[in-house]
Design a protein around this ligand. Sequence first.
Ligand code: UDX
Length: 472
Amino acid sequence: MSKAIQIAVVGSGYVGLVAAVCFAEIGHDVICVDNDERKVAALESGDTLIHEKHLPELLVRYRNNRIRFTTDLGEATRESEAIFIAVGTPQSESGDADLSYVEAVACEIARSLTSYKVIVEKSTVPVYTNEWIRRAIERNGVGRRLFDVVSNPEFLREGTAVEDFLHPDRIVVGADSEAAASLLAAIYAPLTTGAYYQRPDAIRGSCSTAQPPPLLTTSTKSAEIIKHASNAFLALKISFINAVSNLCEVTDANIEQVARGMGLDSRIGPRFLRPGIGYGGSCFPKDVAAFRSVADQLGIDFSLLTEVEKINTQQKKRFLSKVRSALWTLRGKRLGVLGLAFKGETDDIRESPAVDLVEMLLAEGCFITAYDPAAMKRTEEQIAASRHLHYAEDAYAAAVDADALLILTDWKEFVDLDFKRLYTLMRYPIVVDGRNLFDPAEMHDLGFTYISIGRPAVYPTRDVEVATTAGV
Ligand code: UDX
């Protein structure tokens, strides 16, 4: 059993809360700091605030023993060896990451530094942030020997965040000092030595004692770039496959076959080749914009990233055109919408292409009845229910009298929908699927017009003749 290290995590959002709970799970003592008193009170009472697998049980297990919550950053700093900064870095109007929260936290930490501490940036930040944090602390009168600043980017995905943290593909530690690098190595030792995976109650995943995750030590600047470059590359992969799916549509090829054929090349790999209505969420859109902006400021032409963003925006417009061409005109049409979250298994709607499409369709004068298993409350806070927008209790209620049913989020529960029942509820059996959840041949056999992404559309047999004739 390795030594328990006293850690402070500043910011209780997705990254901060998951990191805090997982540090406790691997044996450390954690103080979780947030300046929002209501959040701290909710967490103290056992409310996890976010929809994330494993989080509730881990919070129950460690609350009031290995984890405590506070608004007092000064006290948390004094009591901890390492202070992880995991506050938000939202996108500013110019596309840059807004680092004002990071700066405010750094200055407050500086005011409480009386013995050596390692300050760790875990938020996604542009290259050189590490240096700025160091300068901000020094400007507050703290000597260089009292602290080090380390970059330890987090790669977790929403919905699988706890598992991603405990079973990472890699742990990246960007450190310019030996002392700081060895403290971070000690913090992650339960994972990198494989000890954690031996525990009978360990959360299972891809890593094991025989195959523990590697820890990569780099310079601070490299670590900062690794995080931005990884997210930008994944976004590029998605935009690339979306562009190829558009090519498949005009040639009557099938993107599923093309993606499989590409993904079997081990240099490309099969993941992140799912076409759809574009990427969203709290990371990819913001990080691509921030990385592009960093490159601009450093005089590097990285217009490839502008194209990635352009394709992502076009993908939503293209989906809107598909709905229009399925229905001829949009004004006054009744649409059932399944999915509002930016991806399945989360309640997060930040930068959700599904919510963007709902707004675009409302602007076209459609009447929408939407259903999402977890994200309706959040969506309703952004777009209130109205004569034009209703929120339904389940997928079947959303389909009643619909001129078409749109699939906008890849929720697992949608895969098991009873389409025979949906057929009887809808006004016209038309499904426009932005996530390729269903098999076109099966949808054809069930009598649907089924339009998806990058695959030939199928029509009920009678309409096939009409469509073919019309296309000649
Ligand atoms: C992402 C990164 O994966 C993670 O490493 C980083 O720390 C935060 O950002 P997340 O935003 O939770 O995680 O979701 P992810 O599963 O990566 O999906 C991002 C978006 O891309 C979603 O909108 C998803 O629907 C879309 N996507 C993903 C596709 O359209 N096609 C794919 O093949 C994969």
